[in-house]
Design a protein around this ligand. Structure first.
Ligand code: HEC
Length: 393
């Protein structure tokens, strides 16, 4: 009798231990969010509020959600889809996969972009309509107006056209080898400030490293002249280093300051712990060169041993907007930060803009990178996403 009670007691204790243990192993059970909320918080920034940026892909037609779950769990790191294995429980991943698949309408035509040619678009300040000028382009990236009114248009997939009298030219010949992958490809276009005299066209692009067996690349800048439908006099002015296999965070808008300097940004190539805080590589930096590619003698790191001499500022994530203020001549830059951490920066020589040590954003997979963000609330990260940083001193 005594023994039986003891056994019962022991059994009960074991059950309690097991329940307690399984509760502990149930990840974030108490704070589990529904799929719609998780989608809005973690996915909509890239894939659109209404899933409208999902391209029509094989996985949409598949039975079940196994491959979608796999993509969410492991990400597709070389193309910029973050891994969410540490962010969500298995259940949350399953539910998200179901949410994404159910949300894709059978009629793909319903997956319209947020901004369409029809109707009036309402922004905070203005209402506007959109007029379509050129059709048939895939991802137009850079535009430059030639003095005669023709338009030069780059497409990210690696084609360059003129648009003249309502007609798009055949692809212009003479481009260098381009790594058209992910966010990379043919990027920006700019005319030399004295284009009237020298006809130089500047082109930024994802330069394919032809010496590598793997597909790798780094941001490049070249100049050339246009004759008939061909580029001539091609000169490569800048090739970033090291080349990597990543498809994202290349920079690279081109900006002339009117004093003979060319500014442009190169992204950290998706490797934030490797590049932006070190000066021995070109990635995660704003660069300044002369119009012919020479390094200005007073660039901030020309005398720093081991530093890349074209670096003008560092600690950037994906600096994709570069512009010179028309009256002050200041260099302004916008950069894609992590979620909630986009930045508008006034660029000063030699300054460190902080990525990834200081950021107001959090990584897309929900991981907090810095102490600064750790102290903030989720809600404020979402509502107060963009910030302006002016270097002190
Ligand atoms: C930082 C941007 C970004 C975020 C955030 C993001 N994705 Fe993606 N995702 C991508 C890119 C880039 C691709 C690849 C190109 C494409 O398919 O559109 C991709 C692809 C996918 C695919 C297709 C995978 C395949 O096999 O083709 C799925 C499914 C997906 N994402 C789901 C999600 C879900 C669910 C979330 C939120 C938990 C999410 N993504 C968050 C950028 C992102």
């Amino acid at each position: 009798m005594k023994n039986r009670n003891l056994f019962l007691l022991l059994g009960l204790v074991l059950i309690i231990i097991q329940v307690a243990h399984s509760c502990k192993n149930m990840p974030r059970a108490t704070q589990a969010r529904d799929a719609a909320t998780n989608y809005r918080m973690f996915c909509a920034g890239c894939h659109g509020d209404n899933l409208e940026k999902f391209a029509a892909k094989q996985w949409m037609e598949e039975a079940g959600t196994a491959s979608v779950e796999r993509s969410i769990r492991n990400g597709i790191l070389d193309i910029g889809m973050p891994a969410f294995a540490k962010t969500f429980s298995d259940r949350e991943i399953k539910e998200l996969a179901g949410y994404v698949k159910k949300g894709i309408p059978a009629d793909r035509a319903l997956l319209k972009p947020a901004v369409t040619a029809e109707g009036i678009v309402k922004s905070e300040e203005y209402n506007f309509v959109i007029d379509t000028v050129v059709t048939g382009l895939e991802v137009p990236w850079g535009l430059a107006f030639l003095p005669n009114g023709d338009l030069l248009i780059s497409e990210r997939k690696g084609t360059l056209h003129t648009f003249s009298n309502g007609r798009l030219s055949a692809p212009i010949e003479g481009l260098p080898p381009i790594m058209a992958f992910g966010q990379g490809g043919l990027l920006d276009l700019a005319l030399h400030p004295d284009y009237d005299k020298n006809s130089w066209i500047y082109i930024s692009y994802s330069a394919l490293d032809t010496t590598s067996e793997k597909r790798t690349g780094s941001t490049g800048v070249m100049r050339a002249r246009l004759s008939e439908n061909k580029l001539t006099d091609q000169e490569i002015l800048f090739i970033g280093s090291p080349a990597t296999d990543r498809g994202h965070h290349w920079g690279c808008k081109l900006a002339f300051d009117g004093k003979g300097y060319l500014f442009f940004g190169v992204g950290e190539r998706g490797q934030h712990f490797d590049f932006p805080q070190r000066l021995d590589n070109t990635n995660g930096k704003i660069h300044r060169i002369h119009d012919d590619g020479r390094i200005p003698a007073d660039n901030p790191f020309v005398n720093t041993p081991g530093a890349i001499k074209s670096i003008y500022s560092y600690g950037h994530r994906n600096p994709q907007g570069t512009v010179i203020h028309p009256t002050t001549g200041d260099v302004w830059e916008t950069e894609h930060g992590p979620m909630g951490g986009d930045e508008l920066n006034l660029i000063k020589p030699g300054m460190n803009y902080g990525w990834p040590v200081i950021s107001y954003g959090i990584n897309y997979d929900g991981t907090v990178l810095t102490e600064l963000t750790e102290k903030k609330e989720w809600s404020s990260r979402f509502s107060n996403g963009h910030h302006l940083s002016l270097p002190v001193g």
